[in-house]
Design a protein around this ligand. Structure first.
Ligand code: ATP
Ligand code: MG
Ligand code: FE
Length: 339
């Protein structure tokens, strides 16, 4: 089978064709970094307009490259949330119109499920269940992925997501937006022990995350004028990494055993974090799986793949876009967590 995937939940407009045997037949992605950079973050209204301008020609391009007509698709999968509502609506409405025109099933995909299943697109041998660290611009969670649509959340952040902490650190250091890759690059030239920074919640009894205090400490360190920017970046990355490893170790102890540790989401592109997780996995005799960086940050191949996993299902054409859509609706609410 073959599925068209559409992604527009944040500031990447993307379309891709993916087969059920894991071949990415065609893909296009347009980032809006240039549009949002002057504002230091994603402006929802600008994002929605950019998606509306770019998506249709992009779909046309991947269909042409794949040599396919709409009716030859087995499904059209689009992100239906969570995310910025304007952008999600652009993608979902486009998918509905295409599904109607081609008389093809529509599959409304949870963007987080796209991230969560992306490692299975990258690695055919990755079976359920697995432990998942989902770290992106808006989310920071530890989940036990038990099967398609079966996600048990063990931890979340009580304030900022990890990608958000990278972006705020980048802003403090004047590195521009998006910040994650820039902080990683600068950190390579710095000493991770140079700046004393806190490790929020490390050692606490539940595996949740907190990064707001770390960000404030980065700001104080910068304003003190006592440290090199590269040392601040390296020390921040080390502190973040120590938090992730400590929290994940606790969550792995608490969950029913799994054979594999998996990382996904935009921050999973970070090499230092990948390295630390690989070490953690090795120490526990777990397989470690991380998708290639281009599959970690937002893309449409992961949405098409989630559609491939759900092939045979379909959603009604009046399905609504959902700005909030938890992967594990049964998870206990966490004080302070907006996620
Ligand atoms: P969500 O998936 O929660 O809705 P999102 O879609 O904005 O949020 P992604 O595109 O998955 O998030 O990830 C973007 C985030 O990943 C940004 O915060 C970015 O700074 C971060 N990021 C990307 N590359 C790196 C890297 N190399 N190191 C650290 N962070 C990174
Ligand atoms: Mg982005
Ligand atoms: Fe994302």
């Amino acid at each position: 089978g073959i599925v068209l995937g559409i992604e527009s939940s944040c500031d990447e407009t993307a379309a891709a064709l993916v087969t059920t045997d894991r071949r990415i037949v065609a893909q296009r992605i347009a980032s809006q970094d240039a549009e949002h950079a002057p504002f230091g973050g994603v402006v929802p209204e600008i994002a929605a307009r950019a998606h509306a301008d770019r998506l249709a020609p992009m779909v046309e391009a991947v269909m042409r490259e794949g040599g396919l007509e709409l009716h030859e698709l087995d499904a059209i999968a689009a992100t239906a949330g969570p995310g910025l509502i304007g952008g999600v609506m652009v993608g979902l409405v486009t998918a509905k119109a295409l599904a109607m025109a081609g008389e093809v099933p529509l599959i409304a995909v949870n963007h987080l499920e796209g991230h969560a299943l992306s490692p299975r697109l990258a690695d055919p041998s990755l079976a359920f269940p697995y432990a998942l660290l989902l770290v992106s611009g808006g989310h920071c969670q530890i989940l036990r992925v038990e099967g398609l649509g079966r996600y048990r959340r063990l931890a979340t952040t009580i304030d900022d997501a990890l990608g958000e902490a990278f972006d705020k650190t980048a802003k403090i250091l004047g590195l521009g937006f998006p910040g994650g890759p820039a902080v990683e690059r600068l950190a390579r030239e710095g000493d991770p022990r140079a700046v004393p920074l806190p490790r929020p919640l490390v050692g606490s009894g539940e595996p949740h995350f907190s990064f707001a205090g770390l960000k404030s400490a980065v700001l104080r360190a910068r304003e003190s004028g006592r440290y090199r920017d590269a040392d601040i970046a390296a020390s921040f990355q080390q502190a973040a990494l120590d938090c992730v490893v400590d929290r994940l170790a606790l969550a792995l102890d608490a969950m029913e055993p799994v054979p594999a540790l998996v990382v996904a989401g935009g921050v999973a592109a970070n090499r230092a974090i990948r390295g630390a997780l690989e070490e953690l996995a090795e120490g526990r005799g777990l397989r470690f799986v991380a998708p290639p960086p281009a599959l970690c940050t937002d893309n449409a191949a992961m949405i098409a793949w989630a559609g491939c996993e759900r092939i045979g299902q379909s959603d009604p054409l009046d399905i609504a876009a959902r700005p909030r859509w938890p992967l594990d609706p049964g998870a206990e609410p966490v004080r302070g967590a907006g996620y």
